[in-house]
Design a protein around this ligand. Structure first.
Ligand SMILES: O=C(CO)[C@H](O)[C@H](O)COP(=O)(O)O
Length: 232
């Protein structure tokens, strides 16, 4: 299987968890896109879901393929969210936000009774941090916020570059109009301490550490898709 086929395999396995009539959070990224394509085929056959997208990108794809969409204000309580991830550790801690949708992804996942992550095995890690951690920040006070993040990192013994994510014609802007800092820490031994420290910085809108949120991860590899369950 090539990289795309692995994403499709994970998405297909996730679709088995979607029941007729569900209120569904729909993630962002290339793996989530594959899920949307498969879901759209089922919808075309008469399957009913009410989708809440986690980004404008996902919303566009859903509209294009005929997946019925609602806002989170229409449906503030969801049955299930299916989303991708940039990294998954053994405890199903995640790094997300490579696609810039971390804020809406976290809000939607938090409003869901269950979250299932879909990924290929290259995303599995022993310790989070190989993938640069996205940190969404308010444009106002960018430098002060970045310095506060650097001080926090240094207190926690984390080293590595923190760079502002660029786009084609300037800084990358999220769907919410915020900037993203990508922090290349390499390894984050205490993700919880970092998460707590980041949310305490006023200019930080959200960060890409999703801890104790995923209920299951469907991991695709050459030998098929296997499901890892969160320990309860
Ligand atoms: O968090 C995300 C977007 O904000 C994505 O889920 C993450 O970047 C994985 O994307 P892909 O499936 O393309 O590897």
């Amino acid at each position: 299987m090539d990289a795309r086929e692995l994403k499709i395999a994970a998405a297909k396995a996730a679709l088995e968890h979607v029941e007729d009539g569900m209120r569904l959070g729909i993630g962002t990224g290339s793996t989530a896109d594959e899920f949307v394509r498969l879901l759209a085929e089922k919808v075309a056959e008469g399957f009913k879901v009410q989708g809440v997208p986690t980004s404008e990108r996902t919303a566009r794809l859903c509209v294009e393929l005929g997946v019925p969409l609602y806002s989170l204000d229409d449906l503030p309580e969801l049955d299930l969210t299916i989303d991708g991830a940039d990294e998954v550790d053994n405890a199903l801690g995640l790094i997300k936000g490579g696609g810039g949708a971390l804020l809406r992804e976290k809000i939607v996942a938090s409003a869901s009774a269950r979250m299932i992550v879909i990924a290929d095995e290259t995303k599995l890690v022993d310790t989070l941090g190989r993938f640069p951690l996205p940190i969404e920040i308010a444009p106002f006070g960018l430098t002060a916020t970045r310095m506060a993040v650097e001080r926090l990192a240094s207190r926690l013994g984390l080293t590595g570059e923190i760079v502002q994510r660029p786009d084609k014609d300037g800084p990358y802007l999220t769907d919410g109009g915020h900037f993203i800092l990508d922090a290349s820490f390499g390894r984050i031994p205490d993700a919880e301490a970092l998460a707590n420290g980041l949310v305490a910085i006023p200019g930080v809108v959200e960060h890409g550490l999703f801890l104790n949120m995923a209920d299951a991860a469907i991991i695709a590899s050459q030998s098929g898709a296997r499901t890892l369950l969160a320990k309860t």
